[in-house]
Ligand binder design. Structure first.
Ligand SMILES: Cc1cc2nc3c(=O)[nH]c(=O)nc-3n(C[C@H](O)[C@H](O)[C@H](O)COP(=O)(O)OP(=O)(O)OC[C@H]3O[C@@H](n4cnc5c(N)ncnc54)[C@H](O)[C@@H]3O)c2cc1C
Length: 495
């Protein structure tokens, strides 16, 4: 039996947002493009299909209006009130602050400069945005139809432009020419091995979050058994294939994005769940709660910053608790302020009780400690108004606790009391490959670049460390996907 062979100018591995932005950018330059996707067609879209928004810069709401199909002046005014702008300086500072100053400045410069122009490029391809001002929102704007519709539009547009998508096709190996240049990939399909010959290859097949062996190896003990928030396909294949030919690892291989998830969430999420109503298992009202472990003790500042700048590190804090679980505790005051509507809509797993002892008994939390923790918290809240919202800090803090709560300290005095169980859910891994920021071409451990090899999306390392501002993964995927696709097409045309 002889193996099947295909020939394309550019082969893109992975049909997430990064891969499809790369495909679109390459197609725009007139080259032939194949997209290889490991998932079957009915589960296409990657983690990108499960997302909501991209974090980009805007100088005023005047920059947002053109992104909305039918802008409503009242909604734009509401955004103006909540977050009138996110300038380049602010975005730079947000990334540096959340990553403890470790973000690669050369990559970040490109990220910050090209965020809004890339949004306009996407707008030009038919994508649109809608305002989002919910109390647990990550941003003022979300993609129209969220990530699922964005991905559907991407596939339609790539295919219309002549790109060919191969489903059930798992890249397993990079092929090299005599001088080490990448000249294609080998892939496995249900029918057997297939070779794709190419003048340039873009790897955009995600991190290693779906691979328990790699999670344990790089993230550490306990990470092998965590639940995934996303698809089960991102098993580090692209990273392993690239490392095997000498690609240089970059960024934080021992940290990842992981957030508080409903304690009863399933082990992973498939894109086909979205049109059936979706799995909405994120439990992001925690800044308005106190979180306790089963011993009844707090373990983290629930609101050191706004939700969108703390949630990605909060999963790690939950995982470190006994049994890897925690409980978000609210009193009637939080409910009255409408902060739990998202939990009601999405069937959050929780209990209600007239007393804290009631709650402790139902959940197996140490009752005495819980009572003491809540009493000490209530007593430590400093005077002044609370203003719980997802975009600005209110400074309503406690003093004298270990750890203190820095914002949104809403009392837990009056019942009924509510407690919601959360576990750690891994979103994606941060460790990736070193690239030239201007071209997204992958570097070799020798310091030279690997001819013919580009990367984008979760596979690109160096931007995120330990934490990140929400919406940045999709934004970086679009920016560097577009750069990678353009560079790969140019290389193919020059070849
Ligand atoms: C539930 C959830 C919500 C999120 N919400 C947001 C959000 O609102 N905003 C935001 O910015 N980020 C969000 N993220 C993170 C975001 O999904 C990622 O940053 C982004 O999708 C990365 O894009 P990507 O193209 O690199 O990866 P993906 O979209 O995961 O695409 C990778 C693709 O590669 C395929 N693949 C894997 N291995 C192979 C192989 N060997 N051969 C061929 N194909 C392969 C996979 O099947 C997949 O389709 C969220 C993630 C999750 C899980």
């Amino acid at each position: 039996m002889h193996e099947e062979h295909h020939h394309y100018d550019v082969v893109i591995v992975g049909g997430g947002n990064a891969g499809l932005c790369a495909a679109q950018a390459a197609l725009d330059l007139g080259v032939s493009v194949a997209v290889l996707e490991k998932a079957p067609r009915e589960e296409r879209g990657g983690n990108s299909a499960l997302t909501g928004h991209m974090r980009f810069t805007y100088d005023s709401v005047d920059d947002l209006a053109p992104l909305i199909d039918d802008p409503d002046p009242a909604q734009l005014a509401a955004i103006h009130d909540k977050l009138p702008s996110r300038t380049k300086d602010v975005l730079w500072d947000e990334v540096m602050r959340t990553t403890a100053g470790l973000a690669d400045p050369d990559l970040l410069k490109v990220h910050v400069e090209r965020a809004y122009p890339t949004i306009l490029w996407l707008r030009g391809k038919g994508h649109s945005w809608t305002p989002n001002l919910a109390p647990t929102a990550g941003n003022t704007m979300q993609m129209d139809g969220r990530g699922y519709r964005l991905q559907e539009r991407h596939f339609t547009s790539v295919e219309k432009s002549g790109g060919q998508v191969f489903y059930d096709t798992a890249m397993s190996e990079l092929l090299q020419g005599r001088d080490g240049e990448v000249v294609g990939v080998r892939a496995l399909t249900p029918e057997g091995g297939v070779t794709f010959h190419a003048k340039a290859v873009v790897l955009a097949c995600g991190g290693f979050e779906s691979n328990p062996e790699m999670r344990a190896k790089y993230l550490g003990p306990g990470w092998d058994t965590v639940k995934m928030r996303g698809v089960p396909y991102n098993t580090g294949d692209g990273l392993n294939a690239a490392l095997a030919i000498g690609a240089l690892p970059h960024g934080s291989w021992s940290s990842c994005h992981a957030s508080p998830q409903d304690i009863a969430r399933p082990a992973f999420t498939l894109p086909s769940s979205v049109p059936k109503g979706g799995l909405r298992t994120s439990r992001y009202a925690y800044p308005y709660s106190i979180m306790v472990n089963t011993d009844g003790y707090r373990f983290v500042d629930e609101a050191s910053d706004v939700r969108g700048r703390t949630y990605a590190k909060m999963g790690r804090a939950v995982l470190a608790q006994p049994g890897g679980v925690a409980y978000q505790i609210f009193g009637a005051n939080a409910r009255r302020q409408g902060l739990l509507e998202d939990y009601d809509r999405n069937n959050a797993t929780g209990v209600t009780g007239d007393t804290l002892d009631d709650i402790a008994a139902q959940l197996g939390i140490n009752a005495e400690n819980l009572r003491e923790t809540v009493a000490a918290y209530n007593q430590a809240i400093q005077p002044g108004p609370a203003n719980p919202n997802p975009f600005t800090l209110d400074g309503k803090r406690t003093r004298g606790l270990t750890p203190d709560k820095s914002n949104y300290s809403i009392d837990i005095v009056e019942g009924p009391f509510e407690a919601y169980g959360v576990c750690c859910g891994i979103t994606f891994t941060f460790g990736g490959l070193k690239v030239n920021p201007e071209t997204a071409r992958v570097q070799h451990t020798s310091g030279r670049e690997i001819s013919g090899l580009y990367t984008a999306g979760e596979m690109l390392g160096g931007l995120w460390h330990w934490n990140y501002p929400s919406g940045s993964g999709m934004m970086a995927g679009a920016i560097f996907g577009r750069i990678a696709g353009t560079s790969a097409a140019r290389a193919a045309l020059a070849n």
